[in-house]
Design a protein around this ligand. Structure first.
Ligand code: AMP
Ligand code: MG
Length: 348
């Protein structure tokens, strides 16, 4: 299949190009599009056959539910059978934005979207191109991240192209996704809301609006059974082996120097803050590539660059990637969740 690309830039959302993409969505095709978190792989959420194509293109297991994207708060009423008080408050404050609410599902949503669950994840993204596309398609859009299953999520159209060229009808290229990790998934079906996946909206931000918010056990206990089905799968895995580097800056530098000493000639990637990379010797051997993620004082930027950097090291064909560990509060919770998964928990 030929994969079309529509390049959209600037303030205007280029109606003619988006209309073409929207027509394909209406016709039951699958289209990748930019959101503020990562690129999504969308299909009409009410069309079972169209949604099936998402699972096929990604190689996604059928028990991993999709998030349904909408372009107005009012759309929730059609998709959820009940909307608790706290959910209404959260939607008022955080939508549009990088937050998915898990709500009781309405009949109208096909089982394939929710992997047979009686709940549905719903999100109103803030990216103007995503909003316009959903408006033009005139239907809710089911969309997981637009990567092959298991790979780092795409933060540019180029990443989507690498994974899905020839497998989908088109890609709307809206530039770089600026949050760079997926939405926070918040289950609001119980009395205390539970974060099933940390993301762009932090626990601290949520608690400042609705009081206590719990973290799903799986986020701090590796043996717990996840309540968000997709959380059990290998995720964000580049070809290279990934390890997380812990400790003070001094300890991290010492660990890196020991690693380099014992891995002569092996392709090594180091992704870290500018502060840590600045503390390394300037004359590192040729087999060692370093990539600055951002300043350690700006975890938003570090988070936004994570997936792109994992993919960059794969293109450079390094064998092992060492990623710096960061504090796991605020946006650091999402950052460390993705890094730990990319590393399969391996830490040094
Ligand atoms: P992705 O869109 O690729 O980021 O994946 C969506 C993720 O959202 C899934 O892997 C689940 O972890 C979560 N999710 C979606 N719908 C539900 C739901 N009804 N209940 C719990 N988690 C969900
Ligand atoms: Mg995903």
């Amino acid at each position: 299949m030929e994969t079309k690309i529509w390049k959209i830039r600037g303030e205007g959302t280029d109606l003619a190009k988006l209309s073409e993409a929207a027509e394909l969505l209406k016709a039951g095709e699958v289209i990748a599009f930019p959101t503020e978190t990562v690129y999504g792989l969308g299909a009409n959420a009410l069309d079972e056959k169209a949604v099936e194509k998402i699972f096929l293109a990604k190689g996604r297991p059928g028990d991993n539910p999709l998030i349904v994207h909408i372009c107005s708060v009012d759309n929730v009423r059609q998709l959820a059978s009940d909307i608790p008080e706290k959910a209404i408050k959260i939607m008022e404050v955080f939508w549009p934005g990088p937050l998915t609410l898990v709500l009781p599902k309405a009949e109208i949503i096909p089982d394939i979207v929710t992997a047979g669950l009686d709940t549905v994840g719903i999100r109103f993204p803030s990216h103007p191109v995503a909003i316009k596309l959903i408006e033009l398609a005139k239907c809710p859009i089911a969309a997981p991240s637009a990567n092959l299953s298991g790979k780092p999520s795409p933060t540019t159209a180029e990443h989507v192209w690498q994974d899905l060229n020839g497998k989908i009808a088109g890609i709307v290229d809206g530039g770089k996704a600026n949050v760079g990790v997926e939405s926070t998934v918040l289950d609001v079906t119980g009395s205390v809301p539970v974060i099933l996946r940390p993301g762009g909206i932090t626990r601290e931000q949520l608690e400042s609006v609705i009081g206590e918010v719990k973290l799903d056990a799986v986020l701090h206990d590796l043996d717990a059974v996840p309540r968000a089905p997709g959380m059990k799968y290998t995720h964000y895995s580049p070809e290279a082996d990934v390890y997380i580097l812990k400790g003070s800056t001094r300890e991290k530098v010492d660990k890196i120097m020991n690693i380099l000493e014992s891995s002569k000639g092996k392709g090594i990637g180091i992704m870290a803050s500018q502060e840590l990379i600045g503390a390394l010797p300037k004359d590192l051997p040729e087999n060692v590539l370093t990539k600055v993620l951002g300043s350690e004082h700006d975890l938003e930027t570090i988070t936004a660059n994570l997936f792109d950097t994992l993919r960059w090291f794969d293109q450079k064909k390094v064998e092992v990637i060492y990623g710096e560990s960061f504090p796991d509060n605020n946006i650091g919770a999402a950052l460390m969740n993705r890094l730990i998964k990319a590393a399969g928990g391996k830490t040094i």
